[in-house]
Design a protein around this ligand. Structure first.
Ligand SMILES: Nc1ncnc2c1ncn2[C@@H]1O[C@H](COP(=O)(O)OP(=O)(O)OP(=O)(O)O)[C@@H](O)[C@H]1O
Length: 554
């Protein structure tokens, strides 16, 4: 489906608002035209010095139309922005929800800055399709047609002249420049996305780029983007200038033609001289409206380019099956969760072979399992499958006897806590970073979890204690402290199954030992599955699962 048609289909809930905004916008523009026509009549009639009472209706009309123009424009802005922001909110929500579905496999395809540009700038541009595109076009069409009819009723030649001028400025020029405008606006969207991507990467990787002497190259790249951006902006401004000039020239021509036919008509007593002022001056009131049509065409081209980029993300198939429409309730056994994998196979999208094949595994309360295997043997894929980030291609996973395919994946995930080798820390305090695992936990519970994770000494040395900021991406904490925060999260979450993916990978010997020992501490109510490259961890396990090439070999 064409991007704009698809946008319209997504605006189902606000179509009446948009139509209302179009009508109110047209009335506001109509007031401007009516104001010009009435003023022209008033000035011309007043020049004939009639009794003042003859002018009173026109005087009141001028006032009413003047006030009405402002009030109606304000109402139109309110309705149209409300409708557009509702549509944009919905698109952003669907976009982020879809990103969450495709994140485990597809996110590396798009750079972070590019996704930022899509989620922020492209969505805004999509909204301009309504605010600067379709609504001004609808207003111009309605008021233009109305004004042509008005002038044609007074003097047919003036109506025809205005109709021709409107077709030239509002149809012919945009159609002739459509191809170029689409190309330029598409380039503008790409350049802006490139700039956001580069600046995000620059800010993220500044220390590495500075040390590796890569900064100058990136700055040159940014410079080139700015040059391209200026070139595009100049081209867009030129096109807008030409469109504005054509609008003024077309309306000016309509004025001259009206005068050309109107003056002889007055001389021949076929036309009231007061109405001559009306047909000559009224087209001028349409100049702004006609100029807005040029801007609207460009806005629609830009919105189309932005929508293509948005739909490219939203059309990427997720790596997980859609959740069941009517999920079964989660079983609540008193003894803890029992998860069984039978013949499970999984393949990442785009891969030419399975990352897991025919895996049988039981996660039962109290069992501590170490998953070992060489790099690329499928250990992290096994965790991704368990967490519902990748749907198995074969086999079956059950949770307390129920196939997980029949359960809500978000509910299934409430059975797991997760301790990753590079846990993400948010730019907030230690307290909030740990509390992420259980938002209703109080400070005392967070502190207890941190102490249990072995971070008590570190915490005591922090002047601000739990309220210490960890910095962006946790830059203000060391690798060991980061892992202890991750472990504290898992402890605080207190879920029946703890999944840990090489939690000791970046730690020194002593810290690695203590973090791993806490994870593998016997607990009859909890199952632990630890992915590890460290042979000594196998001694702490009840069961060692060995993977090679995605298969169990032990
Ligand atoms: N997100 C992904 N998209 C596509 N392929 C992936 C993805 N993650 C892993 N793979 C592929 O799946 C296979 C198994 O990778 P996995 O990360 O599970 O191995 P691993 O045993 O955890 O390795 P390591 O010990 O190095 O972490 C590899 O061939 C890898 O390239």
């Amino acid at each position: 489906m064409a991007p704009l048609a698809r946008l319209w289909s997504q605006a189902a809930g606000v179509r009446w608002r948009l139509l209302g905004a179009a009508v109110v916008g047209a009335l506001a523009t109509g007031c401007a035209v009516g104001l010009m026509a009435t003023s022209a009549w008033l000035i011309a009639r007043a020049a004939q010095q009639p009794p003042v009472l003859y002018l009173m209706v026109a005087v009141v009309s001028v006032r009413t139309l003047g006030i009405g123009r402002g009030v109606l424009r304000y109402v139109e802005r309110l309705i149209s922005h409300d409708a557009a922001f509702r549509v944009l909110g919905g698109i952003r929500q669907r976009l982020v929800a879809h990103l969450a579905l495709i994140a485990p496999a597809a996110l590396p395809v798009w750079r972070r800055g590019d996704l930022l540009a899509r989620t922020v700038d492209d969505v805004d541009d999509a909204g301009d399709a309504f605010l600067r595109g379709l609504l001004p076009l609808a207003g111009a069409a309605l008021v233009g047609a109305g004004t042509v009819v008005l002038l044609a009723l007074i003097l047919p030649a003036a109506g025809v002249a205005l109709a021709v001028a409107l077709v030239v400025a509002c149809v012919l020029v945009p159609v002739l420049s459509a191809r170029r405008s689409a190309r330029v606006e598409g380039q503008a969207v790409q350049i802006r996305a490139g700039r956001t991507r580069l600046v995000t990467e620059l800010l993220d990787d500044l220390p590495e780029l500075t040390v590796s002497d890569g900064l100058a190259g990136r700055l040159d790249e940014l410079d080139q983007i700015e040059t391209d951006s200026r070139r595009i902006a100049a081209g867009t401004a030129r096109a807008a200038g030409v469109a504005a000039a054509v609008a003024v020239a077309a309306m000016g021509a309509a004025v001259w033609v009206a005068a050309w036919f109107g003056v002889p008509a007055v001389a021949a007593a076929d036309l009231n001289p007061v109405l001559l002022a009306v047909i000559v001056l009224t087209p001028l009131a349409l100049t702004d409206t006609v100029q807005a049509v040029g801007v609207a065409a460009a806005a629609l081209h830009r919105a189309t380019a932005a929508l293509r980029r948005l739909f490219a993300v939203m059309d990427t198939p997720p790596v997980t099956a859609p959740p069941p429409v009517h999920p079964r309730p989660l079983p609540e056994p008193a003894a803890g969760a029992i998860i069984r994998l039978r013949g499970v196979g999984a393949r990442w999208p785009g891969a030419d072979r399975d990352a897991l094949t025919d895996i049988d595994l039981d996660l039962v309360p109290g069992r501590r399992i170490v998953v070992a295997g060489e790099s690329g043997s499928g250990k992290s894929t096994l965790l991704a499958v368990l967490l519902g980030f990748l749907t198995p291609t074969t086999g079956r996973i059950t949770l307390d006897g129920v196939d997980v395919a029949e359960l809500d994946p978000d509910q299934v995930r409430t059975r797991f806590s997760w301790c990753d080798q590079s846990a993400h820390l948010f730019d907030s305090t230690v307290l909030e970073n740990v509390r992420l695992a259980r938002p209703d936990a109080d400070a005392a519970q967070v502190e207890a979890a941190l102490r249990e994770a072995g971070a008590g000494g570190w915490l005591d040395g922090l002047p601000q204690g739990l309220d210490t900021p960890v910095g962006e991406h946790g830059r203000a904490v060391s690798g060991g402290e980061r892992q202890r925060i991750a472990l504290a999260r898992a402890i605080l979450a207190d879920r029946p199954v703890l999944l840990a993916d090489e939690p000791a990978a970046h730690l020194d010997g002593a810290t690695a030992e203590s973090v791993t020992a806490r994870i593998m501490r016997p607990d009859p109510g909890r199952c632990v599955l630890l992915v590890s490259h460290r042979p000594q961890d196998e001694a702490l396990a009840d069961q060692v699962v060995r993977l090679a090439g995605g298969r169990r070999v032990g």
